[in-house]
Design a protein around this ligand. Structure first.
Ligand code: FAD
Length: 410
């Protein structure tokens, strides 16, 4: 099988790139190893920068019809009072909130629209197992499905298969690991109408929690020292319930809903980045290029922004090459792919540097038992700047006009 661009992985990065290239008229094949997008406790924060992309794609009305919750500010709790630390209400642009949407709904929306382009194929239950390499260039992928093993040859292979990327490993690219002092235990507890509404952070000596209002329930993250889940488990679920009640007293009774550790999901936090995101014929984007810390929930948004930048820089040359049947872009030259890294490296590296600072200066010492310094009253200007950094990030990307409508309707 031959295609112009094969994308491994239909997470936020791969799905968005497929939609954009599909709309640009590129022949695209998207491979996803799972049969659906169901992922519990995965990233589901859609920030204003991504809401703007969705708007530019003409999907905003459909997106906002999906069940979602909007958050315009974030607070820190010391167990008694809430102190606002980030405020998105004065952001420039149309979207001044973070939308919490289950990741599977978001991916269904994007892939559903991608499928409307006749030049795009989505293969589910198709697991990429390796890359085809010839003369130092990547020329496509090997994949496996229920029918057996296959290969797809392509001018461009995109590794969007997440932080454990098989494609990246098969191509011999190794990320630099920046380390993380924590892992995260995710779980949910019921919410009542009398509870506070805003999401909040709760830090104390030895523990930290994040509480996200999901209307019917609280989605909760409990921070533990790196590799500490076995020790937490060994202490037993009753002790864990008590820890939760001590951190967030209004949830003490409801912690009984946690029957066992099977009701939790552990995220092993990784912060890493590839020194080089490309080879001739291969580009890595999203978590495959830079796994983000969960701090500020920016992973999906950076993945989507990478996809928009990659489409903006590469779709034109690919379409022109397809039309002229020039073999010069097959495999796609490293010089062209380097442009994507040049554009997206600064936002990824600066965001990771800020996350590492919070991890190493606040979270690490806190988990080691030091009492964290609570921010005093944060001035409105600082709250706005924090909201802007979280909501819009660094160098938000915009969808080019030629990708804004579906090919079938053009
Ligand atoms: C528990 C958890 C909570 C998180 N919370 C947040 C949050 O609140 N907000 C936020 O913005 N970010 C969050 N993140 C991070 C966010 O989910 C990622 O940064 C983001 O999803 C990266 O997108 P991606 O498309 O690069 O990779 P992924 O989302 O990892 O997608 C990779 C895709 O590739 C598929 N795949 C993998 N291997 C293969 C293969 N060999 N062949 C074919 N397909 C393959 C996978 O099934 C998956 O669909 C969280 C991550 C985790 C794990």
């Amino acid at each position: 099988m031959r295609t112009t661009c094969v994308i491994a992985g239909s997470g936020p990065a791969g799905a968005m790139l497929a939609l954009l290239l599909g709309r640009a008229g590129v022949d695209v094949t998207l491979l996803e190893k799972h049969g659906d997008f169901l992922r519990d406790f995965r990233g589901d924060t859609i920030h204003p920068s991504t809401l703007q992309v969705i708007d530019e794609l003409g999907l905003s009305a459909e997106f906002h019809r999906m069940p979602h919750h909007q958050m315009s500010y974030m607070s820190v709790s010391d167990g008694r009072a809430m102190r606002p630390v980030a405020d998105l209400r004065r952001l420039p642009g149309k979207y001044r909130y973070i939308a919490f949407v289950p990741q599977w709904d978001f991916l269904d929306l994007i892939v559903g629209h991608a499928r409307r382009n006749p030049n795009l194929r989505v293969l589910m239950n198709a697991e990429v197992t390796g890359v085809i390499t010839e003369k130092g260039a990547v020329r496509g992928v090997h994949y496996r499905d229920a029918a057996g093993d296959h290969e797809i040859r392509a001018a461009l292979t995109v590794a969007a298969d997440g932080r454990g990327s098989v494609v990246r490993r098969a191509a011999g690219l190794r990320p630099k690991d920046f380390g993380a002092p924590m892992d995260v235990v995710w779980f949910r507890l019921p919410r009542t109408a009398d509870d506070v509404t805003e999401p909040f952070l709760r830090f104390d000596a030895g523990a930290g929690m994040v509480a996200i209002n999901r209307e019917a329930y609280w989605q909760l993250a409990y921070l533990i020292p790196k590799g500490g889940f076995a020790a937490l488990r060994a202490r037993g679920i009753a002790e864990f319930r008590e820890d939760i009640g001590e951190m967030i007293p209004f949830l003490a009774d409801r912690a009984r809903n946690l029957a066992s550790f099977d009701d939790t999901s552990v995220l092993s936090v990784v912060v890493d980045r590839l020194p080089r995101w490309y080879l001739p014929g291969l580009l890595c984007i999203g978590d495959a290029a830079h796994a983000m810390s969960p701090i500020a929930g920016v992973g999906i948004n950076l993945a989507v922004q990478d996809a928009v930048a990659a489409a903006n820089l590469l779709a034109g040359p690919m379409v022109r090459a397809e039309r002229s049947r020039r073999p010069v872009l097959d495999p796609m030259p490293a010089s062209l792919l380097a442009r994507v890294q040049r554009r997206r490296l600064p936002p990824a590296a600066i965001t990771q540097a800020l996350q590492l600072r919070v991890q190493n200066q606040t979270i690490g010492p806190m988990l080691a038992g030091r009492r964290p310094r609570m921010p005093r009253v944060v001035s409105p200007v600082r709250r706005h700047l924090a909201g802007r950094l979280i909501g819009l990030g660094i160098r938000p990307e915009h969808v080019r006009p030629e990708f804004r409508s579906e090919r079938s309707s053009q």
